[in-house]
Ligand binder design. Sequence first.
Ligand code: NAI
Length: 433
Amino acid sequence: MDKEKVGGVCLNHGCIPAKALIHAAGFQENIKHWAEIGIHTDNLEIDFQEIQEWKSEARTKLTHGIEQLLEQHGVEFIQGTAHFQDSNTLRVEEEHDAVNIEFENAIIATGSKPVELEGFEFDHEKVISSRELLELDEVPEELVVIGGGYIGLEAVTKFCKFGSTVKVLEAHERVLPNFDEALVEEIREVSPCYGDEIYTNAEAKELRDGNEKAVVVAEQDGEEIEVEGDYVLVAVGRTPNPVLEELDIENTSVEVDEKGFVEVDETMETSDPGIYAIGDCAGQPLLAHKAYREGKVAAEVIAGEPAAFDNHYIPKVIYTDPEIAVVGMTPEEAKEEFSEIKTGKFPFSSSGRALTTNQDSGFVRVVASTDEKLLGTQIVGPRASDIIAEATLALEMQAYLDDIINTIHAHPTFPEAFQEACEDAKDESIHSA
Ligand code: NAI
């Protein structure tokens, strides 16, 4: 059951519509470079409303796909808001009715919602979350973003390319504070979108009404600054609060930690036997691909299969341009655990595939132990989101550098850069300049 459509935040209001818009914005930006390869575009017309319609169609196709899959597999979907009555009963309030459902097993997957910042409470018109941002019907002239994390920087990727001036206020000394500095430096060097209007050490304090525009007052290095925009996107993190606010979880013996995450064991079972929790409500990182795996584990355990969430590596991808993707240890983290390590790096400027697609910025870096076991991979560059899958597989399989080096990689392809970075860690890279 779900109080909204099937598919959750990722499909309906997050990953899918966001990446569709990033794709469209990428076209708009790329057109500027078409002349470099001899394609000249005159009388070009870009219709943002048509882009939004195309995005919504992609989302609808996926939602219908899920509805069909549920039907094919004999799953009944009830649209309504669920409340626990006790450890074996749920009350579901539908639009005009309410039903009690007895269960042996239940899986809580209530996700997360945006954190509300004091002084910047969502009015869903001027002060918006990523949900409203994805549904705008015109490209704003100026957009203020509070928070330079995942959502903030992906908002930059989309709207800077669509032509907005996007101004980011980040309280930390740099954007994406939880990511390797070298990766962030690279995107800042490649695109002015991630540099010109980024205010770091800047904590948003107060919202002032500036007639047509919203004015955000922030404290930057002890000084007061004012930044104005047509909308203020608040992207300062997400909270698993729906569990506490709506489910009447106190009628069960499910335990929730001090941050509001449901406590689960490696089978995704909560402290109330038969009740499981998966996804954002079950803990960090708040990523859809972690949730998919957890959902499979919970379903397999309920079906009596031996299963556990025993994954050691969860890749993270940020759709900046170029993309950032990481998995496993950074050099700093590896040095803390093993005093000596090996690192290797391969720039996309030396990759045949990157040059043939006119996207040659960024690099792949690998981290390995002195006995050459892969410990981590950081990528900034074209198709980083795809290449990271091979690095994640290599880490889960406890691969050594030679396992990757001696695997034939098709040529010319982007993943060759991962193989070359592994060779570089052994001082054996042939194609590195
Ligand atoms: P975030 O945790 O990634 O970033 C929030 C940022 O806001 C931090 O850098 C923090 O220092 C800053 N901040 C906090 N208070 C502030 C203030 N008063 N003034 C200025 N800056 C302030 O959170 P975000 O971007 O809201 O994303 C939430 C979650 O959604 C992410 O942690 C991620 O798990 C998920 N997500 C994943 C995506 C992906 O996988 N590509 C895309 C979008 C979201």
